[in-house]
Write a protein that binds this ligand. Structure first.
Ligand SMILES: NC(=O)c1ccc[n+]([C@@H]2O[C@H](COP(=O)([O-])OP(=O)(O)OC[C@H]3O[C@@H](n4cnc5c(N)ncnc54)[C@H](OP(=O)(O)O)[C@@H]3O)[C@@H](O)[C@H]2O)c1
Length: 205
């Protein structure tokens, strides 16, 4: 079976995606800027989505690409370079991209770049799937820890947070990667937690 390339396979989400793909019996190739020892079924290719080094080797012969790599400067340029490299692969690989819920409603740099990356994927000519999800628990925790040392916490009007477990996102992403390309799929948000009703709280009779 052709390997599945995971960009960002060393990151928070990508690591979880790699291990789910392994559980599903897939051979995995990970693109990383740092070399690493191969492990059972996981090969590492050194490459950089911005400089384009190693991209040809990374995409060669893959059937599917799960694009999880990201940096603070945003994803547009990296995604453009990935699409360009993947377009030379025959048959065209299925490109699965992870994005963020509300990316089209917030217009600061990182989100703008993600929206642009979505457009690049959708217009790539490759078979594609895009999943938007909400922020991961650890990102919200890091933000809250940083904020607790501030005298005031500036929060933009209408700011909503509904964090999600990246392990759940990895399960969904792998399901999509192993399926047919379906374009943009419904957004994924955390399941709402409802406190169990207790006898004393339940006064409705
Ligand atoms: N974190 C969240 O709350 C959240 C919420 C919704 C969606 N997402 C999306 O989920 C994706 C993964 O997020 P994450 O938090 O798991 O990311 P992360 O932990 O910050 O990992 C980023 C990954 O990107 C790779 N990378 C960065 N620049 C690269 C470059 N120039 N070339 C090749 N690889 C590069 C890094 O690999 P090396 O360092 O090994 O090269 C690393 O594996 C992103 O697209 C993000 O927008 C995240």
């Amino acid at each position: 079976m052709a390997p599945i390339l995971v960009t960002g396979g060393t990151g928070t989400l990508g690591r979880l995606v790699v291990s789910r793909l392994r559980e599903a019996g897939c051979d995995v190739r990970v693109l990383s800027r740092q070399g690493r020892e191969a492990t059972a079924g996981v090969q590492f290719v050194v490459g950089d989505l911005i400089t384009k080094d190693g991209l040809e080797a990374a995409v060669g012969g893959v059937a599917t690409i799960v694009h999880c790599a990201s940096s603070a400067k945003g994803d547009a340029r990296a995604t453009h370079n990935l699409v360009h490299a993947a377009s030379s692969v025959a048959p065209a690989p299925h490109l699965v991209y992870i994005s963020i819920v509300g990316v089209d409603q917030v217009s600061f740099g990182y989100m703008r770049s993600k929206l642009e990356a979505e457009r690049i994927v959708a217009e790539s000519g490759l078979p594609w799937t895009i999943l938007r999800v909400t922020q991961f628990y650890d990102l919200i925790l890091t933000g809250a820890r940083t904020a607790q040392s501030l005298p005031l916490i500036p929060v933009p009007a209408g700011f909503l947070v509904q964090p999600i477990d990246p392990a759940e996102v990895a399960i969904r992403l792998v399901e999509l990667a192993l399926g047919e390309p379906v374009g943009r799929v419904p957004d994924m948000v955390a399941r709402r937690y409802r406190a169990p009703r207790t006898a004393s709280a339940d006064t409705s009779g």
